[in-house]
Ligand binder design. Structure first.
Ligand SMILES: [Zn+2]
Length: 406
């Protein structure tokens, strides 16, 4: 009897598995032809479930849950789950098809968490619920062994999107900036930028106040924490409009699960993690992830902003930023500089060669590589192996780098 069941199961499993892979249409946030953020129906592919966001490559879950988000969830959650699923599918396809990454192709199904406030714990997966809850950012975590004795199961590489928390700019004490819209604050950041990241700039110039006017007990860092460079944040900032309409300009918030550039940035961390391990943030790991987020976004407007404002060689950057030793340390890490540097080298190599070149470059780098030594050395070595005219191209790139003090 048992054998018959076993045979039946063996026959049925492949048929079932095949019939379960399906497509389904959902509203998601995308850019339209004018690069405006709009909510549009997209087709989600490779779904393995008929009633939840469980696909062949991604399983979208809520918070610490193990089960995929079901299709009869709230409209707001569905929009986030579909947007994340859609853009992750595009990002995966970019690395498998355009970058020929066998590593990405072989990755097991990835768990993607929405609305998760917990900090990451290397040992426990999730840190204690009330330990510095996180908002307005996203994070890619490395896999972990778990702790069977404590009931903590092993986990794979995961992407976490934090809940959004709105801060009205009126409620903030913005030092030396006055009452500004967020775009105004970004403009000030560009003028003052010396050797700090947007994160440091915001943390030092904006003091969150409670309604009584006393400094907020909420660590500001948990409310305003940025991922990637100011250019990526700015590209994402306009994504509030379709949802929050006019008010958005007076609010600081990042609903990272609804911002394609940030979704691409996080998946780029995963795709690069065969060489750039996900231990901590450094200028190299963030700059490389931003480069691919910019490539995947394929947004001429973003490209123009990078050209205009990047601190490395931006035409409109008020103070062009020469290399400083302080850039090497994480505290002063200015990801805009590395992002701008890689973007400039891509332009020297040409649109077609640029991205595959940067993807090969990861093999010469580690998360802890320095800009001045390993990054530049890696660029020259990669050029030796992949440039059409290594001698000429290396000279062109060295010349550009020298102009920025490297
Ligand atoms: Zn990052």
């Amino acid at each position: 009897m048992k054998t018959i069941y076993l045979i039946l199961i063996l026959i049925l499993i492949p048929t079932l598995a095949h019939s379960l892979v399906s497509e389904r249409s959902f509203p998601a946030l995308v850019r339209n032809d004018q690069e405006r953020p709009v909510i549009e129906d997209v087709i989600l592919r490779d779904l393995e479930s008929h009633d939840s966001f469980d696909g062949s490559y991604f399983k979208i879950v809520l918070g610490k849950s193990d089960g995929a988000i079901v299709f009869h969830s709230s409209k707001e959650l569905l929009l986030k789950a579909a947007t994340v699923y859609h853009h992750l599918t595009l990002a995966r396809r970019y690395f498998v098809e355009k970058m020929n990454s066998s590593y990405v192709k072989s990755l097991p199904k990835m768990v993607v968490r929405l609305e998760l406030k917990n900090q990451f714990s290397e040992l426990g997966h999730f840190a204690n619920d009330n330990l510095n809850p996180q908002f307005n950012n996203a994070l890619t975590i490395p896999e972990g062994k778990g702790l069977i004795s404590k009931g903590i199961k092993p986990w794979g590489t995961e992407i976490w999107f934090r809940p959004t928390k709105k801060i009205h700019l009126r409620e903030l004490n913005v030092q030396n900036i006055g009452q500004q819209e967020f775009t105004g604050i970004l403009a000030v950041f560009r003028r003052q930028i010396q050797m700090q990241s947007l994160q440091r700039f915001l943390a030092s110039s904006v003091i969150a106040l409670t309604q009584e006017g006393a400094p907020s007990p909420f660590a500001l860092d948990n409310l305003i924490r940025t991922m990637g460079s100011s250019l990526i944040i700015e590209a994402g900032y306009q994504f509030f409009d379709p949802i929050t309409r006019v008010l958005s300009r007076k609010w600081y918030q990042l609903d990272t699960a609804l911002i394609p550039e940030i979704i691409y940035h996080e998946f780029a961390h995963v795709a690069l993690s065969d060489y750039l391990v996900l231990s901590h943030s450094t200028p190299i790991i963030e700059g490389m992830a931003d480069f691919f987020a910019g490539e995947m976004a394929m947004s001429p407007k973003l490209a123009m902003n990078i050209k205009k404002y990047n601190t490395y060689n931006g035409k409109n950057a008020q103070r062009k930023q020469d290399y400083m030793l302080q850039f090497e340390s994480t505290d002063y890490a200015n990801t805009d500089f590395v992002f701008g540097l890689l973007w400039e080298l891509k332009n020297i190599l040409g649109e077609k060669k640029g991205a595959p070149f940067m993807f090969s470059l990861r093999k010469k780098l580690t998360t802890n590589s320095s800009i001045r030594n390993q990054l530049i050395e890696g660029v020259l070595q990669t050029c030796e192996e992949e440039c059409d005219e290594p001698f000429v191209n290396k000279l062109q790139m060295l010349k550009a780098l020298n102009l920025r003090g490297i």
